[in-house]
Design a protein around this ligand. Sequence first.
Ligand SMILES: *Cc1c(COP(=O)(O)O)cnc(C)c1O
Length: 475
Amino acid sequence: MNEDAAHALRALPSVDLVLKSPAAALALDRHGRIEATRAIREELARQRLAVRAGGAVPDAEAVAAVALAALEAAARASLRPVFNLTGTVLHTNLGRAILAEEAVAAAVAAMRQAVALEFDLDSGGRGERDDHLRDLLRELTGAEDATLVNNNAAAVLLVLNTLGRTAAGAPREAVVSRGELIEIGGAFRMPDIMARAGVRLVEVGTTNRTHSKDYAGAIGPDTGLVMKVHTSNYRIEGFTAEVAARDLAGIARAHGVPLVNDLGSGTLADLARYGLKHEPTVREAVAEGADLVTFSGDKLLGGPQAGFIVGRRDLIAAINRNPMKRALRVDKIRLAALEATLRLYRDPDRLAARLPTLRLLARPAAEIAALAGRLAAPVAARLGAGHGVAVVDCCSQIGSGALPLEQIPSAGLALRPAAGSGAALGRLASGLRRLAVPIVGRLADDALLLDLRCLEDEAGFLAALDGFAAAGGSA
Ligand SMILES: *Cc1c(COP(=O)(O)O)cnc(C)c1O
């Protein structure tokens, strides 16, 4: 090492000196002494190497600022809020439904205080967790009884495990159409779930056509249930035939076996009322004669993750006796949020205003287009000269397997880097993902499309974009 470098190294501030700088005071306050000191030592070690290599000597404040930035980055939550501008309203990878304020308040209250979760306030004796939702679910679905578990996959598993085995635990048969042997994603495949539930799958019909006689011919002494599954994420079109739920209920009843209808998304409201295409409601599925109906809490229903089972009282009682029920139960926080969410359905007039899922799905395209028009210039200003920003018409979808082919007219901003290359587009997308509140769009037509259907916090969105240059997005 030459004399200049040795001299420069001696000029590096000490840990104690750095600790006295204003940025270090912030680091100490937010992250504690041990973490702040460690981060400063690490940065000083890096600077020592840089100075040896001929770099300039930083002052104490500069070292503290870098250490503080490193601490802040490391302290950022892993599960972070994002702007979902993908155009898929119920995006499974982005957490599906956003909760109503009423549900958020109920969940917070249940977190802060003791709650009468399994405690009967009238008698002072033991109560049941399901009691908080049973009457509401009966009222909203017309079913005799109801229970709930962790998610709809768990609901299906529990129903199969309860109805698809003898009292001694021997497998019985579940009769399902070949056209309904779905894979939902995330390894939820109906045949695999049946195997794990200890049920023997009996496939009937063909991929495109299944008839009444196929079901009737397959039901025998070992049949535990007939199952109908909502083909959530695909449609079979052309030369097709399926047996309507009402007819299937008749066949099952004639043979004395229960019919289970897995609705998947399962809505409690008539979507046509809100300008969307009609999706079968849970009430309709119950009225069509299904003995049990299963559906999700965080799809069209618009609540937290949960799986509902509604239907015949004796079958619900059998499900509640299954020891697996205990392993799949829902916690107090979600129970509180679900109760508040379900209550909103009692007032259909104000439902779309209160329930974010429905509000976003029903949001008029003209309103979204006006938003896109307002945002184009401020977004362009924040992205800088290297990017084109155009207002475009586009289509949103519901997501999570509800009406998979339904395209809902929407509007958004198409962002195009002036460089025009795929790599530049990738850098733009990743720049937006690195913001303090990441912005997630979708790639379409050589542009990054931000579908604005789900953007309600305009000011927050622009504030997040303020960090674009700093996040290296314009590099
Ligand atoms: C989504 C879906 C499921 C799984 O529901 P989760 O709540 O995601 O566990 C099961 N069956 C069908 C038909 C579905 O669409």
